[in-house]
Design a protein around this ligand. Structure first.
Ligand code: HEC
Ligand code: HEC
Length: 491
């Protein structure tokens, strides 16, 4: 794959411009309504072809002048702090990182190169493939993973049965998700602060409900001495930080996910992690050194710059947002509307909240070590189209739920989250992300619903008890949660 799948964000023409609000009555875009004009089509095809040509030129250049590729994934955080790159340039760095095929000179793996392994070896991980795009490509660029691309986490490096299996979700719209999580964290934190202040003032225990954006996280009790009882906190860690990424909801920020993914899939270490090793050597995750600047001792230093963590976070925040595209055919459209009602009636929406309100569409990405200013962007304005609205049609509550023993992981995981507990998976983009569920065990949407258990057992039973026609309508509705069709040239 070439270094640049896209060089900016205007080069692939969105063919179906416009979002349909859930339940909204806006006109239905192509391919459901009028086809795009031939001028629009010409422009889209022309842009896609010139992008393909550019990618080929990049490949030739890399072959002829080695090192070209590496330059595309090298950005110093200090330069970002100085404002050296605009958003489009940062997007291009992140785009290049996502497509980059890591290799020995990038610090791929340890020395000697161990080769790929399907099953991860403990917390060190794979190596299981060469690029982010190598797992995130089903349904289009930045998409989900096929079952054959599943990651086998925390295994013994050999037997699949020793590991917890994970199927890759798509990475679209994640700026909205990070921002929602951060707002929820802020609100829960404020509730905690207020409870502590009140307990100190009154000299008595204060118990408060924990709620944000209509989602309940149980309650906590503040004691007058400033200590907390968090035993009634549910659906979030006791630190009250909402972590919206990963099937179990274990990571709060895109730069941390990028860092972790590069480490466990490619053995490529961020400079931030190496700096941490200098303070306290993390041998299990990174290696035994001997030098802090090269913890995995492969002879490559500064394998991923902090600036690239920032750029990749910006890239994912600027990617297109999934959309709802209902069927145009009147008969199917009626079934779709009924399916949406069934989704509510069966109790799906109690976890898969159709909308979460975002208070502030300004998104910022702070550096880890330089003390520089954040990179800022406006989620509704900056990046690929379509962008979405401040009522984020995520179909999740960003809260964890106990899904029962049948759906549980076979082994304990790394984050001290019980085996049967998972974050409500956002359903936006669902149609393009088969197979379903954390390990990809469900080939179809109805199979995924029937596999729900635990806290979702009542909704599953309600689905089972539905008239078969209503079940089909629900399926029609869920298939409208998709991504916009675009012109891409494959080569
Ligand atoms: C071997 C396949 C594989 C590769 C390579 C890979 N990913 Fe992933 N990705 C996954 C899987 C599996 C998950 C779900 C992980 C989990 O829940 O524990 C995931 C989840 C994510 C998420 C969280 C999405 C969400 O909605 O929760 C992000 C962000 C992400 N990956 C980014 C990246 C980046 C950036 C890279 C490259 C540095 C990358 N991935 C490389 C398989 C992969
Ligand atoms: C108690 C909360 C809860 C309820 C109620 C619930 N779900 Fe889920 N849903 C989840 C969680 C958590 C997951 C992820 C589980 C996993 O992967 O192991 C999920 C996953 C899914 C998936 C798979 C998504 C993917 O990308 O793989 C679909 C489809 C789905 N739910 C649809 C529904 C429908 C339809 C209903 C109503 C009949 C429903 N859910 C009710 C919590 C819930």
């Amino acid at each position: 794959m070439s270094a640049f799948r896209r060089f900016g964000f205007a080069l692939v023409l969105p063919l179906a411009a416009g979002l349909l609000a859930a339940g909204g009555e806006e006109p239905i875009p192509w391919p459901h309504g009028d086809a795009p004009s031939s001028a629009d089509l010409d422009e889209g095809v022309g842009a896609a072809l010139s992008l393909a040509t550019l990618e080929r030129v990049e490949e030739f250049l890399e072959a002829a002048e080695k090192g070209e590729d590496r330059e595309h994934i090298f950005a110093l955080q200090t330069n970002i702090d100085l404002g050296a790159y605009d958003l489009e340039r940062l997007f291009a760095f992140g785009d290049a990182l996502f497509a980059h095929e890591f290799r020995g000179e990038d610090g791929f793996g340890d020395r000697p190169l161990p080769g790929l392994s399907r099953v991860h070896s403990g917390v060190r991980g794979g190596l299981d493939t060469y690029s982010c795009a190598g797992c995130h490509s089903v349904g289009g660029p930045d998409g989900a993973g096929a079952p054959t691309q599943n990651a086998f986490l925390l295994g013994d490096g050999d037997r699949a049965s020793s590991a917890n299996q994970r199927n890759a979700p798509h990475v679209l719209g994640l700026g909205f998700v990070q921002a929602l999580g951060a707002e929820m964290t802020f609100e829960l934190g404020q509730t905690r602060t207020n409870a502590l202040a009140k307990a100190a003032d009154t000299g008595a225990d204060v118990t408060v409900p924990l709620e944000s954006k209509g989602v309940s996280f149980g309650s906590l009790t503040a004691h007058p001495d400033g200590s907390l009882d968090t035993s009634a906190v549910v659906g979030v860690d006791r630190d009250l930080v909402v972590k919206p990424f990963g099937w179990k909801g274990e990571i709060a920020r895109l730069r941390r996910f990028t860092e972790d993914a590069a480490r466990i899939h490619f053995g490529v270490q961020s400079h931030v992690l190496a700096l941490g090793w200098q303070v306290e050597p993390d041998v299990p995750h990174l290696g035994a050194g001997p030098n802090w600047w090269d913890p995995d001792n492969d002879g490559v230093q500064r394998e991923i710059e902090e600036g690239i963590l920032t750029a990749t976070a910006v890239y994912m925040a600027m990617l297109e947002t999934p959309v709802i595209l209902p069927p145009h055919d009147p008969g199917l459209r009626a079934r779709w509307s009924n399916g949406m009602a069934v989704f509510e009636e069966a109790g799906c929406a109690s976890c898969h909240h159709p909308e979460l309100p975002l208070a502030n569409v300004r998104w910022d990405e702070w550096p880890d070590t330089t003390g520089g200013p954040p990179v800022e962007l406006n989620l509704m304005r900056d990046g690929e189209k379509p962008r979405g609205t401040s009522l984020v049609k995520l179909y999740s509550d960003l809260r964890r739920h106990d899904m029962g023993e049948e759906l549980a992981d076979p082994h304990d995981g790394a984050f001290d989250i019980p085996r049967s507990v998972f974050l409500t998976r956002p359903l936006w983009g669902l149609a393009e992300t088969a197979p379903y569920l954390h390990d990809g065990r469900a080939a179809t949407i109805p199979e995924a619903i029937l596999a729900h258990g635990g806290e979702a057992a009542a909704a599953r039973d309600a689905f089972r008890a539905l008239d078969p026609e209503d079940q089909k309508d629900l399926h029609v509705f869920l298939l409208s949660l998709t991504r916009e069709p675009k012109v891409h040239v494959l080569q």
